[in-house]
Design a binder for this molecule. Sequence first.
Ligand SMILES: *Cc1c(COP(=O)(O)O)cnc(C)c1O
Length: 303
Amino acid sequence: MTFNLEHTTNQPIILPKNKGVELHVKREDKIHSFVSGNKYRKLKYNLIEAQNKGFKTLLTFGGAYSNHIAAVASAGEMLGFKTIGVIRGEELESKVSDNATLSFAKQSGMRFKFVSREDFKNKISKTFISNLKEEFGAFYLIPEGGTNALAIKGCEEILSGLDKEFDYICTSVGTGGTISGLINCSKPSQQVLGFPALKGDFLQQDISKFVTKTNWKLITDYHFGGYAKINKALISFINDFKTDYQIPLDPIYTGKMMFGIFDLIEKGFFLRGSKILAIHTGGLQGISGMNAVLKKKNLQIIE
Ligand SMILES: *Cc1c(COP(=O)(O)O)cnc(C)c1O
């Protein structure tokens, strides 16, 4: 596979001296345009497992703008798997060509099954899965968002030995798989901070199941109203950040995290003299989908 793992270097962000902290961004977004950041990490051992077990087909679940759907479609095509995406929302079936993520997945060979929101909620029930097997034959199942034990194992490879010097490791949180891997490979003296991109009281518990350390915390003030919810302040922040530091951020995950980190720096949350590492988990394929929505509403778009 052609993945640029040597590009995941830590890029320093030049902050004014009086802020009293150092900030670096780990450019996991550069791994691949579509199998980017944490989605590469989460798929790696799952794809090896699927190959080892002789599966020819991958099946997974996601919404209309899902980075995970794009990643599975793209990685599947590269490795010669057939891919099936079970997509939330029957109404999307006739709108694939208007949706950048689904169009990309389709071009990469993914077959879709569009289901109602109700069916999507029950997607891991035995009946639903056995119906899928009847329809599509044998498949290797990857959960929504890609989080399972093998995904966490992959995310334990995000930090390298050199990252020991950081006091804080920051990441965006969706299902909690990525932060679990980071916690597992952090030093006990490091603080791992998660910035959930959605409202979800279940996250604390979900993460606790995958980790044994306690050096972590969820910062729940920066979800902007919920998953895929955004506002003008966030769009401006993302555009300014790109102008100032030449780093693109996505509106659903990494933009919210970085907005939170800057706000916390401003508020003096981090100990003076500390070094912060923010993981850029990727997700840039989602920008064009969000821009289509913003354009329809006549709002400022992401540059
Ligand atoms: C999926 C995703 C996340 C969330 O990862 P989890 O392991 O589900 O917590 C964060 N950032 C980006 C860019 C993502 O695509």
